[in-house]
Design a protein around this ligand. Structure first.
Ligand code: AMP
Ligand code: MG
Length: 593
């Protein structure tokens, strides 16, 4: 049996990022940009008005107020889409609409509400003049040329996933097409003599094929183009024929026929016509899984089409799709974030039947009082597809645990969230932030000692803005680094040091993977701009404000008080801070057993 991670690595090694294609921008939604996009124009192209009002010279409004208006001669009018025909000279104004180019000579706009226009109109007054009721500064209500985008600027970088706003930006640049990584065509084949189509009446011993539909919908959801091949029968001949119909696709996904039953022949066909990757993964549901490539010759050259053979049980096929096919499709599309977005939630039921495999329990996640809760969606048999329909998450119960009890903290993969939305890393990480002198380093020290006392393995991380010198000149490790080694490791009977050269100030996300899996908690000092959970240390004497906005914080440690829902812990009460971290970030199953 191999682990879920090993299986995923093998799958990802088989698939490649596809080639780019140029197409109309509206067809590019969700695809990855394959070119850097520079602007050839300024946006806005001219200074223009941000309001409906009067374009004038700011100087001419000096001292204007309601009781003492400044009167200007109205010399013209300009609407959006046309160019001003007159210029604004001292003592004059031009009536202007939002988006219309600012006339020559004008340097500000006064909106209608701050003029006497309405009064003048209602009293049948003289519209050749206008009374200005307030003083404005130069540039007031003027949108400057190039304010949004300047000619020559890099606007969208290669690798960007195009959302509606990027499509809008492309349009504003005057681009009708974009170069994006192509969507993969995924051929889908259900196998089994018991299967009949959705439009056929049930006959004894038969069931409707649901996998083709669920899998095709999954393929579409993640950006692929599904191509349903239909139903393959449990014979080598039928399966071989069907599989070959799918070989012009970028990937083939079959369901069923991969377990130990007599008629389970997908693997035999695969062994005959391709290479078989692996068969059993340490997960539940979904243990039997086939992965490999099918070979075909195209124009005299051998082509290999990746094939993923999912188990037949409808829940197993969906759960394995999420873990393996989804990241493969995302990789082919050029996406960088492949992990399923996950949160930490308190489980509301006992889940004990793991069989030593990683269990993916179907759960319904709700958020109450700032905390996520996950409750199991009824019977968990791998044939019970409605348990999937009721679920919005998959709780991940680690293989090294005996299960979880109600009240335990678990990781939950969110089925309906976008890949960018996950808000937890697997390894619990908490950052202590605060202004200088707030006492964050002392709190770090005390927390490290407190967590050690509680039996946790702690890693502490500090950002050293001013650089650091840890390698002593003359030592062998220093000489290796001088010789140009990208990383130097020094190991001794009681310490291991890993020194890696980097070319930029790393983000926390880039640093965390170097922290070994054996740690229970990473305590970070600083990194206030990162997305990791943060606790701010605040002292009244340093001001009433916080360094971070309250919405970004998990808790505040303070000797004062704030009017907010965010938990507040008295300054100096390290035990309560540790309790808070333990309860919210550490009550993970692996620590319970
Ligand atoms: P298999 O992996 O082929 O042994 O199938 C395991 C179970 O999943 C059997 O009970 C099948 O009837 C069921 N099954 C297989 N393929 C499908 C499908 N396309 N739609 C619905 N159920 C299926
Ligand atoms: Mg079957």
């Amino acid at each position: 049996m191999i682990s879920v991670e090993e299986a995923l690595e093998k799958v990802l090694n088989y698939v490649e990022v596809l080639e780019p294609e140029r197409k109309p921008i509206l067809d590019c939604l969700g695809q990855v940009l394959a070119e850097d996009v520079y602007s050839t124009i300024d946006i806005p192209p001219l200074d223009n008005s941000a309001m409906d009002g009067y374009a004038l010279r700011a100087k001419d409004t000096r001292g204007a107020c309601e009781s003492s208006p400044r009167y200007l001669v109205v010399v013209g009018e300009v609407a959006a889409g046309s160019m001003p025909a007159q210029e604004v000279r001292p003592g004059t104004a031009i009536r202007i609409m939002t988006g219309a180019p600012l006339p020559e000579g004008a340097d500000a706009v006064v909106r209608f509400e701050d003029t006497d226009e309405v009064n003048r109109k209602s009293s049948g007054g003289d519209l050749s003049h206008i009374g200005i009721l307030c003083q404005v500064k130069k540039g007031s209500d003027v949108r400057g040329r190039g304010e949004d985008i300047a000619k020559g600027d890099l606007i969208l970088k290669k690798g960007k996933v195009l959302r509606p706003q990027e499509i809008g930006v492309l349009a504003s640049l005057g681009r009708s097409t974009a170069l994006v990584i192509r969507r993969p065509v995924v051929a889908i084949l259900a196998t089994g003599d018991e299967l009949i189509g959705v439009d056929q009446p049930l006959a004894p011993g038969k069931i409707h094929d649901s996998n083709n539909y669920a899998i095709a919908a999954e393929v579409s959801r993640y950006g692929g183009i599904p191509k349903i091949l239909g139903i393959g029968r449990d014979s080598v001949q039928s399966l071989t024929k069907k599989i070959y119909e799918g070989l012009d696709a970028d990937m083939l996904i079959t369901s069923g026929g991969v377990s130990k039953g007599d008629y389970d022949i997908v693997k035999d066909v695969l062994a005959e016509h391709g290479e078989v990757g692996f068969w059993t993964v340490c997960m539940k549901p979904g243990k039997p899984l086939a992965f490999g490539v099918i070979k075909k010759t195209e124009g005299g050259r051998e082509k290999k089409v990746p094939h993923l053979g999912l188990p037949g049980n409808p829940v197993s096929s969906m759960v394995t799709f999420e873990q393996f096919a989804r990241p493969a499709i995302l990789k082919m599309m050029g996406k960088k974030i492949l992990a399923k977005p996950a949160i930490r939630a308190i489980i509301e039921d006992d889940v004990m039947d793991t069989d030593g495999r990683r269990l993916f329990a179907r759960v319904s996640v709700t958020k109450r009082g700032g905390q996520y809760y996950a409750s199991v969606t009824g019977p968990q048999g791998s044939g019970i597809l409605t348990s999937m329909a009721k679920a919005n998450g998959l709780a991940v119960i680690p293989e090294n645990s005996k299960g979880v009890k109600a009240g335990d903290m678990v990781e939950v993969q969110m089925l309906d969230w976008g890949e960018e939305q996950g808000d937890v890393k697997k390894l619990p990480v908490v950052s202590i932030v605060g202004k200088s002198q707030s006492g964050k380093t002392v709190l770090m020290e005390q927390l490290i000692a407190e967590f050690k006392r509680r039996g946790y393995k702690v890693a502490a991380l500090k950002h050293s803005r001013g650089g650091m010198e840890i390698d002593q000149p003359g030592k062998d490790s220093w000489r290796f680094a001088q010789a140009g080694s990208d990383a130097v490791l020094i190991s001794s009977p009681d310490k291991l040091a890993f020194i890696k050269s980097v070319d930029h100030d790393l983000d926390i996300e880039e640093i965390l993977p170097t922290v070994g899996p054996e740690f229970d908690l990473v305590l970070v000092e600083g990194f206030k701009k990162s997305k990791i959970p943060k606790i701010e240390v605040h002292r009244k004497e340093l001001g009433d404000d916080l360094l971070c906005s309250p919405g970004e914080l998990s808790a505040i440690v303070t000797d004062g008080s704030f009017y907010t829902d965010i938990p507040q812990i008295p300054w100096g009460d390290t035990v309560s801070v540790a309790d808070f971290i333990e309860k919210n970030f550490l009550r993970a199953v692996s620590c319970q057993w």
